[in-house]
Design a protein around this ligand. Structure first.
Ligand SMILES: C[S@@+](CC[C@H](N)C(=O)[O-])C[C@H]1O[C@@H](n2cnc3c(N)ncnc32)[C@H](O)[C@@H]1O
Length: 216
């Protein structure tokens, strides 16, 4: 997934891109991006101090090109950024807050900049089926059966998983253009979208200022 994300970002991001990584805890994608794209610099955002500590440890010397922001996107640097990712994170966030979060990402992107997002996304009425398959896949990959079942039950109970249609509509509602599916594997989906390529409609519709402002 990290490799796919990097390749998709690199299609449009310049060699010296500033990249926003939302849900950066753990540091896996930051490390991979920093190793493969020596000109890129990063802002990683995560509300978990423990996960950011793990990211620092994962990054080691690569930390020099990474600013880690502890908190939500609202307080993160404004950019503008040339690219952004949000991997395995949005499924933790309720719909309304997700939309607000996506809007905050989009506002920080340059026009036409790529955004890669991937998380649990399950078709309507198929939640139990796909979460059972998720647990079966975990077991087949070497996770103990009881552990996989505990994970499945926790996900089913706590994660506000949306359908692929809802996920795509949310991206559009947040102002992203050209939303395209790049990954579908069991219960996971991934999309690449672009920051607005033209000014927002409300900017275009704003009345022109008078040529001269009257002096009182
Ligand atoms: C499963 S980890 C994924 C970490 C990393 N992106 C990866 O793929 O390895 C999810 C991360 O999302 C973070 N997170 C949860 N809610 C968040 C939010 N509202 N904004 C940003 N990050 C959030 C968690 O703290 C956690 O570090």
């Amino acid at each position: 997934m990290q490799t796919m994300a990097r390749l998709l970002l690199a299609e449009r991001a310049p060699h010296d891109a500033r990249v926003l990584v939302l849900g950066a805890g753990g540091g896996l994608e930051l490390r991979m991006f920093a190793e493969r794209q020596p000109g890129w610099s990063f802002v990683g955002v995560d509300p978990s101090a423990a996960m950011l500590d793990l990211a620092r440890a994962t990054l080691g010397d690569l930390s020099a090109r990474v600013h880690l922001h502890h908190g939500l996107i609202d307080g993160a640097p404004q950019g503008p950024f040339d690219a952004a990712t949000c991997i395995l994170t949005l499924h933790f966030i309720e719909r309304a807050e997700r939309l607000r979060t996506l809007e905050q990402v989009r506002r920080r992107l340059r026009p036409g900049a790529p955004f890669v997002v991937a998380h649990f996304s399950i078709p309507q009425g198929e939640r139990d089926l796909w979460l059972s398959r998720y647990a079966a896949f975990a077991t087949a990959s070497g996770i103990a059966g009881a552990q996989a079942e505990t994970a499945r039950a926790g996900i089913a109970e706590r994660l506000p998983i949306l359908t692929p249609e809802e996920d795509e509509n949310l991206l559009r509602e947040a102002g992203f253009d050209g939303v395209g599916l790049f990954y579908a594997g069991f219960a996971f989906r991934g999309w690449v979208a672009l920051g607005l390529t033209s000014p927002a409609p409300y900017c275009a519709a704003r009345p022109a200022l008078p040529a001269r402002v009257p002096v009182a």
